[in-house]
Ligand binder design. Structure first.
Ligand code: F6R
Length: 370
């Protein structure tokens, strides 16, 4: 194992983090602030929908997952995320469809875009360019253009906050102004506390990265931290190039927990990160404590991440931010540049031979001409 003190060597971290993924973590407050202003000029003339679907893949889908959790106890409309080639059967002209692809080139998302057009859904596109932007413009579909030149997963604020803003504008979600300002305030503190300059001895993300090093980190969320747990897992995958898992309470107490009963021989392979909240419900606290007791019998390394802030958005974002930092520090410990995701690119290249994307593009071109 590399000495964790590498995390106190600023020059070494910068050398490994070649494309400066850490800067997106450090500048989270600025990006959240900018993203909140994005759809300001946006005019939407859609009527009230019956369902909301966010379509996207990977880093472009997680904003939809976070929205789903955030909306759960404050929006009366069902919100679902479509991470597939095809729309669910219920999607129709009464569905508000956010079609989200950072590159605008993801074949599953383009395929769903085409289906949404055919089903006359009320579509709003979010992308930084590519075919999605091109066809949204040609077909006069409302479109949010997000800043270019970043890794999709680093643009989370730009793919998530516009959803909140648009729903607020359409009168489908309550005002988010106060939540957004608190979130930016909280993120300023979190990014300071986890910064490159803050030493390992006083830096939660650096400690977490050292704790999970050499294991498969398993992230446990609950309630509105369900998608947050998923985000931490995918950041470990893409930034740290590390296998990872996620689950959510209380569902994990009905299956996953039994898997830890005789986990001694796996103790070296896994670590568990519990997402905690000072105001977590008693029943969740009890479940977490019991689960910790069971897992620690197998001597698996356990860590906790406590959220900060008052409103749900700040709490969720504070943990996301800590997870982002941790995934980059873990990459550094492993001597890996966090930014490139070669395997995803390789697969996208290989899939070209199936002709699915070309066919979708041809159909979009036909629609654009009519
Ligand atoms: C890369 C990343 C990926 C992409 C996914 C979809 O940073 O996070 O998960 O988000 O391959 O691509 P886009 O976002 O361009 O639609």
């Amino acid at each position: 194992m590399p000495k964790p003190t590498i995390l106190d060597n600023i020059d070494e971290i910068k050398k490994i983090d070649k494309s400066n993924m850490l800067s997106f973590c450090a500048q989270a407050p600025k990006h959240y602030g900018n993203a909140a202003k994005l759809p300001r000029q946006f005019k939407i003339s859609y009527r009230k929908p019956e369902t909301i679907v966010v379509a996207g893949m990977g880093g472009s889908a997680i904003g939809g997952e976070l929205l789903k959790d955030w909306a759960r106890d404050r929006m009366t409309l069902p919100v679902n995320v479509c991470r597939e080639y095809h729309l669910p059967a219920y999607a129709n002209k009464n569905t508000l469809m956010f079609v989200t692809s950072y590159s605008g080139e993801t074949e599953e998302t383009l395929s769903v875009f085409l289906e949404a057009l055919k089903r006359k859904c009320m579509i709003i596109c979010i992308s930084s360019g590519g075919a999605l932007t091109e066809f949204a413009e040609k077909l006069s579909i409302p479109h949010v253009l997000v800043p270019r030149g970043m890794a999709p997963r680093a643009t989370l604020p730009y793919l998530f906050l516009p959803l909140l803003r648009i729903l607020e504008k359409m009168g489908l979600a309550p005002s988010v102004e106060a939540e957004l300002s608190e979130t930016v305030r909280v993120l300023k503190q979190v990014s300071l506390e986890n910064s490159l300059e803050r030493p390992l001895s006083d830096n939660l993300s650096k400690k977490l990265a050292s704790n999970v090093y050499g294991t498969v980190p398993t992230v446990y969320g609950f309630g509105f931290y369900r998608a947050v747990a998923q985000r931490l897992k995918t950041q470990f995958n893409e930034n740290s190039k590390n296998p990872a898992k996620w689950e959510s309470f209380s569902e994990l107490n009905h299956n996953e927990i039994v898997g830890w009963e005789r986990a001694k021989e796996f103790a070296k392979c896994f670590s568990v990160i519990f997402i905690r909240d000072a105001e977590e419900p008693n029943e969740i606290r009890e479940r977490i404590e019991f689960t910790k007791e069971i897992i620690s019998k197998g001597a698996v390394k356990l860590s906790e991440v406590w959220s900060s802030g008052k409103c749900n958005l700040a709490r969720m974002s504070s943990v996301v931010c800590i997870g982002d930092f941790t995934s980059v520090y873990l990459a550094v410990l492993r001597g890996i540049d966090p930014t490139p995701v070669r395997t995803i690119e390789l697969l996208k290249e290989r899939l070209k031979k199936t002709g699915v994307k070309d066919k979708t593009i041809r159909e979009l071109q036909k629609l654009a001409k009519t």
